[in-house]
Ligand binder design. Structure first.
Ligand SMILES: NC(=O)C1=CN([C@@H]2O[C@H](COP(=O)(O)OP(=O)(O)OC[C@H]3O[C@@H](n4cnc5c(N)ncnc54)[C@H](OP(=O)(O)O)[C@@H]3O)[C@@H](O)[C@H]2O)C=CC1
Ligand SMILES: Nc1nc(O)c(N)c(N[C@@H]2O[C@H](COP(=O)(O)O)[C@@H](O)[C@H]2O)n1
Length: 217
C-alpha cells in the first residue's frame, strides 16, 4: 500500500488553533491539489479527533479528476477510532462512499453494531489503540492500495512511528496560530533519538503559501 500523508499548517506548524475547530489554511490552489489527490486515491483517512472537530465528508472533490485517473466508484473513507466514538450522525455516514471504522477490542460490541447499522465496515485491530499496521494490511486485502491521510496530528505521528508513511506533503499558509496546546503536524509522544528522515522532493509557491513534498527514507 502507498501511504501519502497531507496536511495544511501555519508558519509555526499548527493544524488549527487551541480550540481544535476546523480552520481554513489552504488557499484555492492547494484545495484544488488536495481535490486531485483525493480523487486519485482508493481511500481517504482521518483520526476520530478530526471527525469530532471537523465532521468531514471526505467526498468533496471534482468527479472529473476521478474519471481522469480511471477510478471505479468513489474513494472509501476511513476513521481510526479505538473506542467507536464516531457520532452515528457524522457526515462520514451520509452513504455517499464506503466508510471503514478501524477500532479495537476495547470498543463495546453494542457500539460496533450501531456503527455497522449507520453504514460502517468495522475492522477490529489492536487491544486499546488501533494497531495501524494490522488495520492497513486488512484494508489492503480489501483492495485499498493508495491511501491519502488528511490528519490530524495524533494519527500522523502514529503512522510515522509505525513506519507506514511513504510520502508527506504539506501546505504552509502565511499565518501564525501559536498556542502550546494547538495541534501540530505530528503530535503523539514524539521521537527522542531516532527521527523519521525525509527526502525533499518538491518545493512550490501556491497561493500566498508554500507547498512542500517529501518522500520518507
Ligand atoms: N489543517 C489540516 O490540514 C488539518 C487539521 N486538522 C485539525 O486537527 C485537529 C484534530 O487533530 P487530532 O486531535 O490530532 O486528532 P486525529 O484526527 O489525529 O485523531 C486522533 C485520535 O485518533 C484515535 N486513534 C485511534 N488509533 C490511533 C492511533 N494508532 N494513533 C493515533 N490516534 C489514534 C485516537 O482516539 P481514540 O483513542 O479514541 O481512538 C486519537 O485521539 C482538529 O483541530 C482538526 O481541525 C485535522 C486534519 C487536517
Ligand atoms: N488541505 C487542507 N487544508 C485546510 O486548510 C484544512 N483545514 C484541511 N482540513 C482537512 O479537510 C477535511 C475536511 O474535508 P471535507 O471538506 O469535509 O471533505 C478536514 O477534516 C481535514 O482533514 N485540509
Amino acid at each position: 500500500m502507498h501511504v501519502l500523508v497531507n496536511a495544511a499548517m501555519s508558519a509555526d506548524g499548527k493544524l488549527a488553533s487551541y480550540r481544535r475547530e476546523q480552520l481554513r489554511i489552504s488557499g484555492e490552489m492547494d484545495f484544488d491539489r488536495v481535490d486531485r489527490r483525493r480523487a486519485e486515491s482508493d481511500a481517504i483517512m482521518v483520526g476520530v479527533g478530526t471527525v469530532l472537530a471537523d465532521d468531514p465528508s471526505l467526498t468533496r472533490f471534482d468527479r472529473n479528476h476521478r474519471d481522469a485517473v480511471g477510478g471505479t466508484g468513489v474513494p472509501a473513507r476511513i476513521v481510526a477510532d479505538s473506542q467507536g466514538r464516531t457520532p452515528l450522525d457524522a457526515a462520514l455516514f451520509d452513504g455517499s462512499a464506503p466508510t471503514y471504522v478501524l477500532t479495537t477490542e476495547a470498543a463495546s460490541s453494542d457500539r460496533l453494531e450501531q456503527l455497522e447499522k449507520a453504514g460502517a465496515t468495522v475492522v477490529v485491530a489492536g487491544k486499546e489503540r488501533v494497531d495501524l499496521t494490522a488495520a492497513l494490511s486488512e484494508l489492503e486485502r480489501d483492495g485499498i492500495e493508495t491511501l491519502f491521510v488528511e490528519g490530524g496530528g495524533e494519527l500522523i505521528f502514529s503512522l510515522f512511528e509505525a513506519d507506514l508513511v511513504d510520502e508527506l506533503s504539506v501546505y504552509i499558509g502565511s499565518l501564525l496560530i501559536g498556542g502550546r496546546d494547538a495541534p501540530t503536524l505530528a503530535d503523539g509522544e514524539g521521537f527522542v533519538d531516532e527521527f523519521s528522515n525525509l527526502i525533499l522532493i518538491g518545493v512550490e509557491r501556491l497561493d500566498d503559501g508554500v507547498f512542500l513534498q517529501w518522500s520518507v527514507e
